[in-house]
Every structure is written in structure tokens, then in C-alpha cells.
Design a protein around this ligand. Structure first.
Ligand SMILES: [Zn+2]
Length: 232
């Protein structure tokens, strides 16, 4: 019996690496229904549209006919799949860089696809795809803070130059406005009638500095909200 391309394709789209869109950070737990054949990646519907805008050929997992040869092209061992793409096309994209995601304005996505694929801005042909899930890389970078003892390592701040897009919830992961801490409430006891000797009561001073731990994330003005094109 000949192997079933549809079955093989379905198995591929459910691989962990292929459940994160090949071009944006969107994750689809069931796997994506579109493939950009030019880059051999599984993509979300928004990225598919953006790729198609540049005539990057796309196919539907469910609506198109697939040959086994086409499916095999998407395998990592053959240089296909989202992990390889991530390691090459996005090799030089700084970790934590702000990227448009499914649900964003189509122009933002197109600008990003243009930059990544047509201009190959972050491309590195020698990028190595991890064999396992991409999260492995992240844990590998965790190390004891011995290198810079003088400075406490700040959390990586993904800086958003642009304001959130007008269409609401496109970037749910980047919340530019951290919840302000409630002001320390100096609840001093006021005794209306000091009966006896007024106790000196060394009430601890609520220091204003400590409330600021998370306050400076959005220090830069996010005034020029002209979309995402001015990225970096
Ligand atoms: Zn996408």
C-alpha cells in the first residue's frame, strides 16, 4: 500500500514545532491548516494571506491535494518545517523582539513578511534548528548570574515603540501599562483624645521608592503609534 500523504501531513502539522506559526508567534494547538510551500512552513491564516500577497505559494492542508513528495518536503530532515525556518529566516531576529501576530493589522504583517522573507533581514543560512522543541533553547540560556555581579539583571524588556493597534487585542502578550501599585496607605492611628502620654509610636515610614519596581517598563513615550513598521 502506498503511504497516505494526508495522514503524513496531519502528523507533521501536529508536531510541536509546527504548532507555532512559521512566521508569527501565534500558536495553534490543533496545528495549522495552511502551508507556505515556498518556505515549507505551517502558517496561520493571517500569515498565509501575507505570504500570498507576495506570491509565496501556499496550499491548504485540507482543501488541496498533496503528493507524498510535497509532504516530505516539509520534514525537518529535508530542510522543511517551522523549526528550520525559525533557525534560518529568523536567525538574527533578537530574542524577544516585537513581532506582529495573527490578529494584527494586515499591513503590519505584510511589512514583517517583506522584511523577513523578501529582504531576508534576519536570515542566516547556517542556522541550526533544534531537534527538540524550541523551548529547550530558552532553558539553556539560564545561568547563574555570575557575569555581572554589580548589576541585577533586569528582565528582558521587549520594547514597544508603537502603541497597541486600533483593532483591540492584537498583541495580548505585550501589555504596555503595568498595573500601578496601590499607594502605600499610611494608616496612622488618630487618637482624638489623647488620654495619657502620647506614645511616640515609631510608625514605619512607607518608603516611596519600593513601589517603583515595575513602574519603569514603559518609560519611553509611545507617542508615534504608526504601526509596526518602525520596529526595532
Ligand atoms: Zn502567523
Amino acid at each position: 500500500m502506498a503511504p497516505d500523504p494526508d495522514k503524513a501531513l496531519n502528523a507533521l502539522r501536529r508536531l510541536a514545532a509546527n504548532k507555532v506559526c512559521g512566521s508569527c508567534p501565534y500558536e495553534e494547538r490543533m496545528g495549522f491548516k495552511d502551508v507556505c510551500m515556498k518556505y515549507k512552513i505551517f502558517v496561520c491564516s493571517d500569515c498565509k494571506s501575507a505570504h500570498q500577497a507576495f506570491s509565496h505559494r501556499c496550499k491548504s492542508v485540507t482543501m488541496s491535494n498533496w503528493s507524498m513528495a510535497e509532504v516530505d518536503e516539509l520534514r525537518q530532515e529535508n530542510g522543511g518545517g517551522n523549526a528550520v525556518n525559525r533557525a534560518t529566516i529568523f536567525a538574527r531576529l533578537p530574542e524577544g523582539a516585537k513581532r506582529p501576530m495573527k490578529g494584527c493589522h494586515p499591513d503590519d504583517m505584510k511589512a514583517f513578511i517583506q522584511e523577513a522573507y523578501n529582504d531576508m533581514r534576519w536570515f542566516d543560512a547556517n542556522g541550526q534548528a533544534p531537534t527538540a522543541a524550541p523551548e529547550v533553547q530558552r532553558t539553556a540560556t539560564m545561568q547563574p548570574p555570575t557575569r555581572t555581579p554589580s548589576q541585577p539583571s533586569a528582565p528582558p524588556v521587549v520594547h514597544a515603540k508603537s502603541a497597541p493597534p486600533p483593532s483591540g487585542d492584537a498583541h495580548p502578550h505585550t501589555h504596555p501599562h503595568p498595573k500601578p501599585k496601590p499607594k502605600p496607605n499610611p494608616r496612622r492611628k488618630r487618637k482624638p483624645k489623647p488620654k495619657a502620654s502620647p506614645s511616640p509610636n515609631p510608625s514605619p515610614n512607607p518608603s516611596p521608592g519600593t513601589g517603583d519596581l515595575f513602574g519603569d517598563f514603559d518609560a519611553a513615550p509611545s507617542a508615534s503609534s504608526n504601526g509596526w513598521a518602525s520596529f526595532e
